[in-house]
Design a protein around this ligand. Structure first.
Ligand code: NDP
Length: 296
């Protein structure tokens, strides 16, 4: 039996529409729109594409986008001075620094300088700590998007066995914390995990965030499991010189066994920007002393 496809693109479009619906009332109450500042250092082509699409999605949702493009030679002090200015700017509700930063800049120092209440990427240690202790804060966009897709598909996740493959600070670790908060029994696997296939076979929920094309095979998947593929890997395409995107899961074989699976592209990817907009709208409401609408 073929797995159901979890349509992240459609879910993300719905979330973006729900966010856009909350903006007129926010404007009415505050006289302004929520604002997201995106900081891009250098000319990395992939980062430029991400920043452009984030800016476009922000404006489409009815929010303000402030783009700050800095030369690759910018000093750490200059970048920190910009962060301080954005922290103090009342029209800015969210600050996102596009990673990676050039080698001469200490990423942790820059992320650590962002006001945690404007840290809509959820990368600040204060927000990581809030997530760890179950306090309210900003959660990294990709794992929060994965949880939204899982809850939409499964309803309650309580008591389910979840395996997260990958332990990065931006995906694997926060993903594990979110699943734990949903009362899953969580295993976090990584490059030193023994018998990974056997570990994955126990899981009702598999979240793959490894960065290795099609590593997780169909015969690793428990029949009926829900598979969330975070991986985005560019590999050679069918014809000469062309490339295509694949996930960390071998989609063709996994889709024969799983109950439901996210495709790549069109699964987790579109959720990341939608959740960024959601976090920005939430930040704006909280900064104005308003309750974020329950639809967010
Ligand atoms: P990292 O490279 O930071 O982390 C990869 C993790 O995978 C590490 O914990 C590593 O283990 C583990 N790993 C590597 N090789 C193996 C292996 N052979 N077996 C088991 N575990 C292994 O990656 P990210 O978390 O940043 O990203 C993961 C993937 O998700 C990438 O493909 C990335 O492009 C994608 N991504 C997609 C996003 C989206 O919007 N959809 C957003 C962010 C990321 P160890 O810690 O032991 O080294």
């Amino acid at each position: 039996m073929a797995a159901d496809i979890i349509d992240g693109k459609a879910f993300a479009a719905g979330l973006r529409a729900r966010i856009a619906e909350t903006i007129p009332a926010f404007r009415e109450k505050t006289g302004r729109a929520p604002g997201l500042a995106v900081v891009l250092v250098g000319e990395d082509p992939a980062s430029q594409v991400y920043v452009r699409s984030k800016g476009k999605a922000t404006v489409e949702a009815g929010m303000e986008s402030f783009e700050h493009k800095l030369e690759p030679t910018v000093t750490q002090d200059e970048l920190l001075a910009l962060i301080a200015k954005l922290n103090a700017d009342r029209t800015v509700d969210g600050i996102l620094v596009q990673l990676p930063l050039p080698k001469h800049i200490d990423e942790a120092a820059v992320i650590g300088a962002i006001d945690p209440d404007k840290d809509v990427d959820g990368f600040h240690v204060v927000n990581a700590g809030r997530l760890a202790v179950g306090a309210t804060g900003f959660v990294p966009c990709t794992p929060l998007g994965c949880i939204m897709l899982l809850k939409d598909r499964l309803g309650s996740l309580s008591g389910l066995d979840a395996v997260v493959i990958g332990r990065s600070n931006i995906v694997g670790k926060p993903m594990a914390q979110l699943l734990l908060a949903e009362s899953c029994t969580v295993t976090v696997a990584h490059s030193r995990t023994r018998d990974l296939a056997d570990v994955v076979r126990r899981a009702d929920i598999v979240v793959a965030a490894v960065g290795r094309p099609e590593m997780i095979k169909g015969d690793w998947i428990k029949p009926g499991a829900t598979v969330i593929d975070v991986g985005i890997n560019r590999v050679p395409g069918a014809s000469e010189g062309k490339t295509k995107l694949v996930g960390d899961v071998d989609y063709a074989s996994a889709a024969e066994v799983a109950g439901a699976i996210t495709p790549v592209p069109g699964g987790v990817g579109p959720m990341t920007i939608a959740v960024l907009l959601r976090n920005t709208a939430v930040a704006a409401h909280l900064r104005e002393g308003l309750s974020p609408p329950p639809t967010l």
